[in-house]
Design a protein around this ligand. Structure first.
Ligand SMILES: NC(=O)c1ccc[n+]([C@@H]2O[C@H](COP(=O)([O-])OP(=O)(O)OC[C@H]3O[C@@H](n4cnc5c(N)ncnc54)[C@H](O)[C@@H]3O)[C@@H](O)[C@H]2O)c1
Ligand SMILES: CC(C)[C@H](C(=O)O)[C@@H](O)C(=O)O
Ligand SMILES: [Mg+2]
Length: 360
């Protein structure tokens, strides 16, 4: 049966990187994958068109699709919008929430060809392969009450609520334990249980789940230490499971271990396997429109789409091999270029991946 893919390019470098990723998807179609692809605006682009970051018809298309590929949203043009509930980022958060995409997988994998591109010493990062499992539809991002208000004496204040129900913790915990079972069987749960009650509950639930996965070694770490350990000795980690905000921050840090934020893909999945796939980085307004953006995180997100939502693991492997082969050819976008490599544009990188894919 034909599977439906919705592509949401978004803002800034979003259209440039999704264009290249879409070409890779089209190459998969030529290789026999039965898909139809549709595109729609989201984020700032949709605000400019209709006044809201996620149009109701786009949400409906998203619900009806088997998988979504998203570029990135946001940018300075919309940063001063007074109503945060209507900014571009809200479109992305609404998609995650409405489709119940609670399980966010962010694999930080260092391609051996990029050891020199990392800002850390080769011996610290070579062979790095971490999977961050981030809870994506709860925690402080969505907790109520939230707001900005002014007291009678004129003092302004703002507040958010960091809240998790036990079932939200349990279901992301299961995703993480199962992921660890398929990998090196080590799971580190990251929390702030020395200060925050909600994460004491988080830790309790992870401990309660552990006996169901006797082959997985569970450990716990405070988030500040985890940030430090990620740059000190990242290879101690296999799978990390954490809440929404800590996962956001730690995954950007982990990205740099792999050479560039432009290398980190992601999958956001719900219980039925439907998913949204996006690079972990943002819309990079500082480099938008200049052909400087690295499209590999988005292309690798297509590989995750094939593996996790479209049941086409062989094509996923083929895309990942194509990326490896392009790096073997010494082609690099600016963010991962260094002496002795050849710097290419976003589009040239896309060309190279498509042709390596077709030659596999
Ligand atoms: N998923 C998303 O849509 C998403 C994620 C993060 C940030 N954002 C939004 O993006 C905007 C910019 O945020 P930011 O500057 O904090 O983070 P960013 O990730 O957009 O950029 C941070 C730095 O990394 C560089 N960078 C990012 N992606 C790159 C790529 N593919 N190739 C080369 N370099 C790359 C940028 O040039 C910049 O110097 C904000 O509006 C933010 O809300 C969106
Ligand atoms: C743009 C923003 C809402 C988003 C997040 O905080 O989740 C981004 O930083 C990410 O990592 O996907
Ligand atoms: Mg982020």
């Amino acid at each position: 049966m034909t599977q439906r893919i919705l592509v949401l390019p978004g803002d800034g470098i979003g259209p440039e990187i999704t264009r290249q990723a879409r070409r890779v998807l089209e190459a998969c179609r030529e290789a026999g994958l039965d898909i139809e692809i549709e595109e729609a605006p989201v984020g700032g682009a949709e605000i400019d068109r209709s006044g809201v970051p996620l149009a109701p018809e786009t949400l409906e298309k998203a619900r009806a699709s088997d998988a979504i590929l998203l570029g990135a949203v946001g940018g300075p043009k919309w940063d001063t919008m007074p109503d945060i509930a209507n900014r571009p980022e809200k479109g992305l958060l609404a998609l995650r929430k409405e489709l119940n995409l609670f399980g966010n997988l962010r694999p930080a994998l260092l391609y051996p060809q990029l050891v020199e591109a990392s800002s850390l010493k080769p011996e610290v990062v070579s062979g790095l392969d971490i999977m961050i499992v981030r809870e994506l539809t709860g925690g402080i991002y969505f907790g109520q009450p939230r707001g900005r208000e002014t007291r009678e004496d004129g003092t302004r204040y703002g507040y958010n609520t960091y809240i998790y129900d036990e079932h939200e913790i349990r279901r992301i915990g299961r995703v993480a334990f199962e992921m660890a079972q398929k990998r090196n069987k080590k799971l580190c749960s990251v929390d702030k249980a020395n200060v925050l009650e909600v994460t004491i509950l988080w830790r309790d639930i992870m401990n309660e789940l552990a006996p169901e996965y006797p082959d997985v070694e569970l450990s716990h770490m405070y988030v500040d230490n985890a940030a430090m350990q990620l740059v000190r000795a990242p290879k101690q980690f296999d799978v990390i499971v954490t809440g929404n905000m800590f996962g956001d921050i730690l995954s950007d840090a982990a990205a740099m271990l792999t050479g560039s934020i432009g290398m980190l893909p992601s999958a956001s999945l719900n219980e039925s396997g439907q998913g949204m796939f996006e690079p972990c980085h943002g819309s990079a307004p500082d480099i938008a429109g200049q052909g400087l953006a690295n499209p590999l995180a988005t292309i690798l997100s297509v590989a995750m789409m094939l593996r996790y939502s479209l049941d086409a693991p062989a094509l996923a492997d083929r895309i990942e091999r194509a990326v490896g082969s392009v790096l073997d050819q010494n082609l690099r976008t600016a963010d991962i270029a260094y002496e002795g490599t050849r710097q290419v544009t976003t589009e040239e990188m896309g060309d190279a991946v498509v042709s390596a894919f077709l030659q596999q």
